[in-house]
Ligand binder design. Structure first.
Ligand code: PHE
Length: 381
């Protein structure tokens, strides 16, 4: 099954790159997916693709949308903002997709959202949490939607958890100044922690290609923080955690959703043991929606679905539902239908999007124990 699905994806991609070999125009409705299938967050891209394919396959099994099958074009953005813009242009101008799912990280989704907006193609990301994905300079990008909460919520949740549950008085923050997600959530955490009368004893940034964090960690150690907040993706976090342990840093490590990958423990080893991070769902949740989804995903892909795949399954289902309600392939009508979806019952919860297209929903806190992700608690907005 796994094999046949990846063959489908390859077939779709080959249509993408050899326009001359396109099958005769059918009655299918085309939607695109932008996801990082290579590069520094590859595990994110793969689970997003898997989940998207499950959702589309299910919609097509149920007869598609308005009697038409959904055809997909999947493009790899390598987690690079320029590649992501190219991918959006390709989908919009060459493949003439009616809607897009993606991209996955905030730094790639922000440029995609600007193109989606200017081309008026409804776009929904499952996973990009930075506020700028749906709003630019205080103005709503009304063709842009998401199925995840934002970093304003997530950063505050972790500050509260550190001050409350962990009783941290001082915190340190290390972030990637070139990454919208990392920089944005670092600021939210810092401001919230300070508001809660905690002290931020070190607040330092690094560059995207840095691999040696010893100088920064020396500063962090000297500031004697109770917790070290690491808002970045799993590969970087893994490296920093390892080097922090080598330096004998005693602070507890905490972070946001970017930690969610089986590769985090592979890179960090036991240096990440005991760390906490905020996420969007837990596969240990006993709600029937979660149990069914985990079972279905495991049967197809032999793995437990991460939050990225789960959020993308919800996002794709929201889009399918909106297309059905619009009963049209007109992008403007699909946009209106997406904007008016209320009380959507997804795997990650039941939610309604606010006036910015951002859902109000709970976060979960996960702890790494014995090298595995263990569900700790739910935090409601
Ligand atoms: N929220 C991250 C971003 O905006 C992406 C992400 C989502 C990572 C969910 C892990 C889990 O870049």
């Amino acid at each position: 099954m796994r094999r046949s699905l990846s063959l489908v994806a390859v077939a779709v991609l080959s249509v993408a790159f050899f326009p001359g070999c396109k099958p005769p125009p059918g009655n299918e409705m085309k939607i695109g997916l932008i996801t990082p299938l290579s590069g520094d967050v590859k595990t994110f891209g793969e689970s997003v693709k898997n989940a998207f394919e499950i959702a589309v396959e299910e919609a097509n099994t149920k007869g598609g949308v308005g009697g038409r099958k959904i055809a997909t074009v999947i493009v790899d953005d390598r987690n690079d903002p320029t590649e992501a813009s190219n991918a959006a242009n390709l989908l919009i101008n060459q493949h003439r997709v009616k809607a897009i799912v993606g991209s996955v990280t905030s730094k790639t989704t922000i440029p995609v959202s600007d193109l989606a907006q200017s081309s008026r193609i409804p776009t929904i990301t499952g996973t990009a949490t930075n506020p700028k994905v749906t709003v630019a300079d205080g103005k709503r990008k009304d063709y842009m939607f998401r199925s995840c909460y934002t970093d304003s919520f997530q950063g505050t949740v972790m500050a509260k958890f550190a001050r409350g549950e962990l009783q941290a008085v001082t915190s340190a923050v290390l972030y990637d100044a070139s990454n919208d997600y990392s920089k944005g959530i670092a600021e939210v955490f810092r401001d919230a922690f300070t508001r809660m009368e905690g002290k931020v004893s070190a607040y330092e940034s690094y560059g995207k290609d840095d691999v040696d964090f010893s100088a920064l960690l020396t500063k962090v150690k000297a500031s004697k923080p109770d917790v070290l907040f690491l808002p970045d993706y799993y590969n970087k976090v893994g490296l920093i955690a390892k080097q922090a342990k080598e330096q004998g840093l005693e602070a507890k490590l905490i972070g946001p959703d970017g930690w969610d990958s089986p590769d985090l423990v592979k890179v960090a080893g036991d240096a990440i043991e005991g760390g906490y991070f905020s996420n969007h769902y837990s596969p240990e949740d006993t709600r029937p929606e979660v149990v069914n989804w985990v079972k279905k995903y495991r049967e197809k892909f032999g793995q437990t679905p991460d939050a990225l795949g789960t959020l993308t399954y919800d996002a794709t289902n929201m889009l399918v539902e909106a297309i059905r309600r619009a009963n049209s392939d007109d992008p403007g009508k699909i946009r209106d239908a997406l904007a008016s979806l209320k009380g959507f019952e997804g795997v990650t919860g039941k939610f309604t999007m606010d006036e910015n297209g951002d859902p109000i929903k709970s976060a979960v806190i996960i702890q790494i124990r014995d090298g595995k992700q263990k569900f700790l608690q739910v935090v409601n907005p």
